[in-house]
Write a protein that binds this ligand. Structure first.
Ligand code: SAM
Ligand code: DTB
Ligand code: SF4
Length: 334
């Protein structure tokens, strides 16, 4: 069934949780210029037009992950040259967070190569969250699957956001990960929401998924009971040694379309132009911002791979007249 563009346009910008696959595919199928204009319209109705939220990532526990995510350099199943490290010391994390703040980040995101955190690790991570918050930064963590009780423990520690990605459509998921199910991801997201944490949830483009898989991923995110506050759109970083090292290149305009459709489906979310920026031209990144992306990972490393250095990003923001978005508490004067 095809949906008339006019019908799709009429609902643009309203907060909905009932998108059909046909509607989402019709958004994607529009002429590029129409799609970008629509996304930019939604963007301006819900966000300051020239502001970008900046998060810095730190890998607090690197490598030797038991999961088999086909894209991931940290999986123990693949030879990628990423070492096996233990959980960092709290003081070292505090120093990294202070440097991120000095460079202009407002949120600090701590990532761990866990299937799920153990109780003794969580006790240390609670101290890291407190240290990050004491610096006046927003805190985010991505530690794998959580039980409802663990999510509550993180909330009590003052955690603001939890990142847990769906990565792709439910249909394509089995081709990428065999060691945990899509439903387990949805269960973690539910536990995170129930604990009162803000949700950061998105996916990866460029793993060999079809156009329909991309539409289904974004549709699943938009049809969650509440939209994630933050939606990372990663372009696969092809790491030698992973099964996806030779994945086909994503068409740049198709990637921009994903940012635009995410913006239209989840008008209030911060759509984050995430992994893969280092290999993107400034012009492609500008198109993604035009399509409604309004957040980036900032700082020369993601978790184990590179990211544009601070000088390049500052120059890009300046050339585009974009300014860093202060975090909510800061802009409310708290
Ligand atoms: N281990 C935890 C988990 O998987 O939930 C947290 C860290 S994991 C590295 C966080 C996310 O990074 C993954 O869900 C995936 O979306 C993204 N990611 C990992 N490797 C990537 C790559 N090579 N390219 C793009 N995104 C990647
Ligand atoms: C997300 O969606 N992307 C970030 C963050 N959440 C944790 C991670 C990207 C990782 C890219 C590969 C690496 O550096 O290891
Ligand atoms: Fe482990 Fe996360 Fe990498 Fe999957 S994405 S292998 S769970 S670190």
């Amino acid at each position: 069934m095809s949906v008339a563009i006019g019908e799709v346009s009429a609902s643009v910008g309203t907060i909905r949780h009932d998108w059909s696959l046909e509607e989402v595919r019709a958004l994607f199928a529009q002429p590029f210029m129409d799609l970008i204009l629509q996304a930019q319209g939604v963007h301006r109705a819900h966000h300051p037009p020239n502001a970008v939220q900046m998060s810095t990532l730190l890998s607090i526990k690197t490598g030797a992950c038991p999961e088999d995510c086909a894209y991931c350099p940290q999986s123990i199943h693949y030879e990628t040259g990423v070492g096996r490290e233990t959980l960092m010391e709290v003081a070292a994390v505090r120093e990294c967070a202070a440097r991120a703040r000095a460079a202009g980040a407002t949120r600090f995101c701590m990532g761990a190569a866990y299937r799920a955190p153990k109780a003794r690790d969580l006790d240390v991570i609670v101290q890291m969250i407190r240290a990050v918050r004491e610096l006046g930064l927003e805190s985010c963590a991505t530690l794998g699957m959580l039980t409802p009780q663990q999510a509550r423990q993180l909330k009590e520690a003052g955690l603001d956001y939890y990142n847990h990605n769906l990565d792709t459509s439910a249909e394509f998921y089995g081709a990428i990960i065999s060691t945990r199910t899509y439903q387990q991801r949805l269960d973690t997201l539910e536990a995170v929401r129930a604990a009162g944490l803000k949700v950061c949830c998105g996916g990866i483009i460029g793993m060999g998924e079809s156009a329909q898989d991309r539409a289904q991923l974004l549709r699943t995110l938009a049809n969650l009971p509440e939209h994630p506050e933050s939606v990372p759109i990663n372009r696969l970083v092809k790491v030698p040694g992973t099964p996806l090292a030779e994945a086909p290149e994503v068409d740049a305009f198709d990637f921009v379309r994903c940012c635009a459709v995410a913006r239209i489906l989840m008008p209030r979310a911060h759509v984050r132009l995430s992994a893969g920026r280092e290999a993107m031209s400034d012009e492609l990144q500008a198109l993604c911002f035009l399509a409604g992306a309004n957040s980036i990972f900032y700082g020369e490393r993601l978790l184990t791979t590179g990211n544009p250095d601070v000088a390049r990003d500052q120059a890009l923001l300046k050339r585009l007249g974009l300014t860093p978005l202060p975090h909510e508490a800061a802009s409310a004067g708290a």
